[in-house]
Design a protein. Structure first.
Length: 94
């Protein structure tokens, strides 16, 4: 089993493919709901925060701050970058 065989990685791949299809189709971009974003990306963001050196004790606080920003700013997300890229940039700034 490789690092890419875990369920979390598999669950998020279709979301990114869907985002690319929507952007390529020329249809107006409609951001996903907050719940969809949370469910699809929380595991990735947890691992990314740990990879950036956030201590295990502080990861939950960092993710709470991150998702507060996401909740406020999701309606402004234009889809010019992938959602994962946007979330990662927020994580870096939090």
């Amino acid at each position: 089993m490789t690092a890419h065989d875990d369920g979390a990685a598999l669950g998020s791949a279709p979301a990114r493919a869907d985002e690319r299809r929507e952007a390529a189709s020329g249809a107006p971009f409609v951001p996903p709901s907050f719940d969809e974003v949370y469910e699809a990306h929380v595991d990735y963001l947890w691992r990314a925060a740990r990879g950036m050196g956030v201590s295990p004790a502080a990861v939950d606080d960092v993710l709470q701050d991150l998702f507060l920003v996401v909740h406020r700013r999701l309606p402004d997300f234009e889809g010019r970058a992938s959602l994962r890229t946007w979330l990662t940039r927020i994580l870096v700034r939090v």
